[in-house]
Design a protein around this ligand. Structure first.
Ligand code: PLP
Length: 485
């Protein structure tokens, strides 16, 4: 009898009858770690073991470092599982998913006040990073169209920005563009109109202004930067476009601060990116980039895909991508509307302001930004009060909070303010006042225990990893390094 038709041994029968993934038997009780396994295994056992390994991950809802969605309605989960098998690039096969994407683009053009919703164009992406690559490439092609060549002395294209998220450093390096990143100096943490203009020349492909800076959560003054660029054009004839990195702010300001002018109402704003998976409330893997009109998106970059008798312009770095995130985003737009988004985000701002107040009253902390919707995102950031002789650092504080499961990142600011350590909380959908109270209790307890038994030597950013995008520290979210456990 061939081996695979042998009658099961009594041991096999007993094992099958018990069918408990943790019961003792002679099978592999450990998951394979480095060698590709030879034999197939029972799905339930492997599922349980993989599931158990994931217990070692942090609790995402307590990860106050991430900007990304960590709570969704059950309907979002259902739609995601409905779409598990849909590739968004297959517009012929899944024309309705493509139609939902196109609707989202129109809705965003409306939300971001494009002068003409019909002529605005855009696409979903995997996140703001891909969106930034696409917007940067379009800016580079527009510059080339204007006569920029990119070769020769003084002819290299450049981007002018304040302290930006690493995606812009990546864009500059991958696509050979000089990044003129105006550093933080003293108490200046954002790009100012004066500094923006000072760094621009005829090879500036775009200024990037950030609506919700990663380090502090604050908005750059887009309208003032735009006005300064208008003056530059009037006085020197140098016409520089604006791109807005609204990764987080793009889904906050339109709902909570509708009169803040930062979007396509400013004619200089040629493109905007935002992360659907951040304040857009969609599950991970969803971003958006829009151009104010077809003029702003050079044709050479567009691949036309015909479907449903129409022509769908596609402009993405990826080919295959999951469709569920975009479907979920459409669901959220349709389900929440402007009022729903306003209500969700207003609650987060309220929690952020409450946290800012309480953190400020703890004593050693100086709140730098505290969830003011006219100035920034639903974040709270603080430093040790300047001049305070605390016997511990923010890195020690982050370490101790981690022992209760809270991930509250501490990091040093970018070059020229690396001396300054900052701690930040991102308040997201699902982080209630009730949870904020639990966190505050733990923060107060942690402060007293640090005061009672201070560390022999306060931990430094160096030891724990500064706010760097290059290091491989023990723990990091998409952009923030925090103290290892
Ligand atoms: C201002 C800004 N831009 C871009 C990004 C990158 O976004 P994503 O993680 O969606 O690629 C982030 C992420 O935190 C950000 O804060």
């Amino acid at each position: 009898m061939p081996p695979d038709q042998q009658t099961p041994s009594p041991a096999d029968e007993i094992r099958a009858a018990i069918a408990d993934p943790y019961a003792a038997d002679s099978g592999a009780l450990r998951l394979p770690k480095d060698r590709f396994p030879q034999r197939a295994s029972d799905p339930r056992r492997i599922y349980n073991f993989v599931h158990d390994e994931l217990l070692l991950d942090g609790v995402s809802r307590m990860n106050l470092a991430t900007f990304c969605t960590t709570w969704v309605e059950p309907e979002v989960g259902t739609l995601m599982s409905d779409c598990l098998d849909k590739n968004i690039v297959d517009k012929d096969e899944y024309p309705q998913t493509a139609a939902l994407e196109a609707r989202c683009v129109s809705m965003l053009a409306d939300l971001w006040r494009a002068p003409n919703i019909e002529s605005a164009c855009g696409t979903s992406t995997t996140g703001s990073s891909e969106a930034a690559m696409l917007a940067g490439l379009a800016a580079k092609f527009r510059w080339r169209r204007r006569g920029g060549r990119g070769g020769g002395a003084g002819g290299r294209p450049n981007i002018v920005s304040g302290p930006v998220q690493v995606c812009w450093e990546k864009f500059a390096r991958y696509f050979d563009v000089e990044l003129r990143e105006v550093p933080m100096v003293g108490e200046r943490f954002l790009l100012t109109p004066e500094e923006a203009v000072k760094h621009c020349d005829e090879n500036t492909i775009t200024v990037v202004a950030t609506l919700g800076q990663t380090f502090t959560g604050m908005y750059e003054d887009v309208a003032a930067i735009s006005a300064a660029l208008d003056t530059l054009q009037a006085e020197k004839g140098v016409d520089v476009d604006l791109h807005i990195d609204a990764a987080s702010g793009g889904f906050l300001a339109p709902f909570v601060q509708p009169d803040l002018v930062w979007d396509f109402r400013l004619p200089r704003v040629k493109s905007i990116n935002a992360s659907g998976h951040k304040m857009g409330l969609a599950p991970l893997g969803c971003g958006w980039v829009l151009w104010r009109d077809s003029e702003a998106l050079p044709e050479e970059l567009i691949f036309n895909v015909n479907y449903l008798g129409g022509s769908m312009p596609t402009f993405n770095l990826n080919f295959s991508r999951p469709g569920g995130q975009v479907v979920a985003q459409y669901y959220l737009f349709a389900r929440l509307g402007r009022d729903g988004y306003r209500s969700v985000h207003a609650a987060a701002y309220e929690t952020a302001q409450y946290l800012a107040l309480e953190v400020g009253e703890m004593g050693p902390f100086d709140v730098m930004f505290g969830g003011d919707p006219s100035r920034g995102i639903t974040a709270v950031s603080w430093r040790i009060v300047p001049g305070d002789e605390s016997s511990f650092s923010l890195f020690d504080f982050a370490d101790r909070l981690r022992s209760r499961g809270w991930l509250v990142p501490a990091y040093t600011l970018p070059p020229q303010r690396e001396d300054l350590a900052v701690q930040r909380i991102l308040v997201r959908h699902g982080f209630s006042l009730d949870m904020a109270d639990l966190l505050l209790d733990d923060m107060r307890r942690t402060l007293s225990s640090l005061s009672a038994a201070p560390p022999a030597k306060p931990a430094s950013g160096e030891a724990h990893g500064a706010f760097t995008h290059d290091a491989t520290p023990a723990v990091r979210d998409e952009d923030t390094v925090i103290a290892p456990a």
